[in-house]
Ligand binder design. Structure first.
Ligand code: GLA
Length: 518
């Protein structure tokens, strides 16, 4: 406990000018959350999302099916699959864990059937595996699934969470008793829990889930480590859905962010404020759908690449116990995770959007160029194709470095670059299959990961690995761009190509300066 308090103090000193300053989430949090695609229709739990009682709530399925054994089996799988060591350290329990009422002294109670040993024992077991434990509540009188919420009980609930050994709080927005409607009202409501968490003295990552309401991207960073900026994601790449509103970030009338938001709609919404991401405070694009079955392999790769490059928290939202080898080989790509965990902490921005392309059956179709700075003077570039056709896409250095200076004035547009493909080092399926074999021999799987030369961020952090130029984090060099030149590549329908651009030789002033930052 003493060392934890020291880390809070260090965080306050080191990060005294940016972010929420609790020393946590200096890079986006990564882990797993107990949510996935629905298997059966549920009673609508959150009318404020606009769903009707007979409709499926996208969130719930595994959702309310939470238990002690789910969390521990998932934690074991994180370790045995190598996902912990590639960076996924948070195990976050979402809604439906509580008994639905408080005890006579108003303390929250865990559901005894689901968690017979109580939450502290779960946290202890999770910690023993080298993982961190996340809990869930709502800034309302009830959670979205109608269990006891924390509104007006913040101090007592924060104390309970701290005493259980909680490291992370996902704090939702249902049943807020009308306390929303202006940024100030929402800010004040969420600020009470922020102060209560701080008062416990335990570092607890604070993750707001208020769906982008009341312009949270303008104030979230003052009191939280991340803030949901959209309605709930669902497992579709482009499909529009009436339950997801607010697809246009500039819509001032957006008051019901909803649910059933596609990957594309969330990207378009965040595009107007992607630059709000910063060390200690991140735009949360909602959990990952990779592995839930609704998208193709290409679509999942694009979804994962974009969430990493936009510096969203990367919380897997599928059932790890039944994970396929293909799913593992998407989520364990260290060259993509290195973009998420880049020490500079800047998100990509949208430089070009072209809607003059073939539309899919939903009438959706567009291509994007996303680009952003990385530590050491590198640049991440993503050519994103949501059109209903394969497209030869190109981006000139002028366009790629548009944010460094318009009309080709950026010095980076006038130099040559090496191009590294971030997916070229994807794990082969055979290795993934062997890793996922269901037996107790952890050592043989560790051996397999060693033989595959897989990146182990528990042994060497991403920051250190990037500093030393570890090739597993850079991707594979596939081409180069001459000074003033253009990057051209075939991007298949509903996919993305993701690259790291590196200065091939001579260092610019900015390069050596940024190198020191590492
Ligand atoms: C809301 C949140 C989801 C999930 C559910 C739980 O819909 O936005 O992420 O936590 O509630 O009921």
């Amino acid at each position: 406990m003493a060392s934890l308090s020291v880390s809070v103090i260090v965080g306050l000193l080191v990060g005294s000018t940016i972010g929420v300053n609790n020393g946590l989430a200096r890079t986006p949090q990564i882990g797993w959350v107990s949510s996935k695609k629905p298997k059966y229709p549920l009673v609508c739990s959150n009318p404020s999302h606009g769903c009707a009682d007979t409709l499926e709530n996208n969130w719930n399925s595994l959702g309310c099916d939470v238990s002690d054994s789910l969390l521990l089996d998932t934690s074991d799988k994180l370790v045995s699959s190598g996902l912990r060591d590639v960076g996924y350290t948070y195990v976050v329990l979402d809604d439906c864990w509580s008994a639905g009422r408080r005890d006579s002294d108003q303390w929250l109670l865990a559901d005894r059937k689901k968690f017979p040993r109580g939450m502290k024992a779960v946290a202890d077991d999770i910690h023993a595996l080298g993982l961190l434990f996340g809990m869930y509540s709502s800034a309302g009188e009830m959670t979205c699934a109608r269990f006891a919420g924390s509104l007006d009980f913040e101090s007592q609930d924060a104390q309970a969470f701290a005493s259980w050994g909680v490291d992370y709080l996902k704090y939702d927005n249902c049943y807020h008793m009308g306390r929303f409607g202006t940024p100030q009202i929402s800010y004040n409501r969420y600020d009470v829990m922020w102060k209560a968490l701080n008062a416990t003295g335990r570092p607890i990552l604070y993750s707001l889930s208020n769906w982008g309401e009341d312009y949270v991207h303008t104030w979230g960073m003052s009191l939280a480590n991340s803030w949901r900026m959209s309605g709930d994601i669902y497992d579709a790449f482009t499909r529009p859905d009436a339950l997801c509103s607010c697809g246009d970030a500039k819509d001032p009338h957006c008051i019901a962010p909803g649910t059933h938001c596609s990957v594309l709609s969330i990207m378009n919404r965040v595009s107007a404020f992607s630059d709000r991401a910063q060390p200690g405070g991140w735009n949360d694009l909602d959990m990952l759908e990779v592995g839930n079955g609704g998208m193709t392999d290409d679509e999942y790769k694009a979804h994962f690449s974009m969430w990493a490059a936009l510096k969203s928290p990367l919380l897997m939202g599928h059932d790890l116990r039944t994970m396929s080898p293909t799913t593992l080989t998407i989520l364990n790509n260290p060259a993509i995770i290195a973009i998420s965990q880049d020490p500079l902490g800047l998100a990509v921005n949208l430089a070009l959007r072209d809607t003059n392309v073939k539309k899919d059956k939903y009438g959706m179709g567009e291509t994007h160029l996303w680009t952003g700075q990385l530590a050491g003077g590198d640049q991440v570039v993503i050519l994103f194709n949501a059109a209903d056709q394969d497209i030869h896409m190109s981006a000139s250095l002028e366009e790629i470095f548009y944010y460094e200076g318009p009309e080709g004035s950026a010095p980076q547009a006038k130099q040559a670059w090496d191009v590294y493909d971030l997916w070229a080092g994807r794990m082969d399926i055979e290795t993934a299959q062997k890793i996922l074999v269901d037996d107790d021999d952890l050592r043989s799987r560790e051996q397999l990961l060693k033989e595959a030369n897989w990146y182990n961020s528990s042994a060497m952090s991403y920051k250190e690995g990037l500093k030393s130029g570890d090739p597993r984090l850079l991707g594979k060099k596939t081409s180069s761009i001459a000074a003033g030149g253009t990057l051209s590549v075939l991007v298949k329908r509903h996919s993305a190509e993701a690259f790291r651009l590196r200065n091939p030789g001579e260092k610019t002033a900015r390069y050596s300066m940024a190198k020191d930052e590492l």
